[in-house]
Design a protein around this ligand. Structure first.
Ligand code: FES
Length: 228
């Protein structure tokens, strides 16, 4: 890209990040605690004893149904963790212990999976998960402004977990957000207040922009179809 290229908001964004320092710890790492030694005197946790772990009946049945879908129980780690997170609100140590107990794996095995995938919450988070895609397609169509508008509307409400997210695979409705795993888009900054107000009022947010409720992802095409 030539220095004289001033082609649009995407280029402005590249310029904005050019030369910005990546925060590092004193030892030069970007990951605090990466060099902290493990406690070698501590015994690794084994597979939990079912006699000692209380798993709510409904959650146990859900775990067992998920595990039954796979020929090898380790393959069920992701959906089992997702079920544990839905039940507990986050992948708490208790949630992981219960999941490990039913799956017959160590808590360490599930922790290694949960810490790798960033849709698993490793600390208590709000009841509503709002992921704003700020990857390239959404960013070029105003995702950063949308995020700023949502951030202002959320105003620190701990009940709403507002996060930037990488491409959620719905670039055709950019800029888009995932709200409690339902996709909405394309959104305007002016939609932010109403989206947050709907969540606070326990209403279905922005139903006209919910991808699952539309026969066609292309709003213009949909309007044409409706006009016929
Ligand atoms: S870049 Fe946003 S959904 Fe793909």
């Amino acid at each position: 890209m030539s220095p004289s290229n001033t082609g649009g908001p995407g280029f402005d964004r590249v310029q904005e990040f050019a030369g910005r320092e990546i925060p590092r710890t004193a030892d030069g790492s970007r990951v605090p605690g990466w060099d902290e030694p493990v406690d070698l005197d501590k015994d690794p946790a084994g597979v939990p004893d079912p006699a000692l772990i209380d798993v709510p009946g409904e959650l146990r049945r859900e775990f067992e149904e998920i595990i039954g879908r796979y020929p090898e129980r380790h393959s069920a780690a992701l959906p089992v963790l997702a079920a544990a997170q839905r039940h507990h609100g986050w992948c708490s140590p208790q949630a992981i212990l219960q999941a490990a107990c039913v799956m017959r794996v160590t808590p360490g095995y599930l922790t290694s999976v949960a810490t790798f995938y960033d849709m698993f919450e490793l600390a208590p988070s709000g009841r509503h998960q709002v992921y704003v895609c700020t990857n390239i397609s959404c960013s070029l169509r105003g995702a950063d402004e949308l995020y700023a508008a949502l951030e202002a509307a959320v105003d620190g409400d701990p009940d709403i977990n507002l996060r930037h997210f990488e491409c959620l695979g719905a670039c055709d409705i950019a800029p888009m957000v995932s709200v409690d795993q339902v996709y909405y888009g394309p959104l305007q900054t002016s939609d932010a207040e109403r989206l947050v107000a709907d969540l606070r009022a326990e209403r279905e947010p922005l139903p006209e922009l919910a991808l699952a409720l539309r026969p066609n992802a292309d709003a213009a095409l949909e309007a044409d179809e409706a006009a016929k």
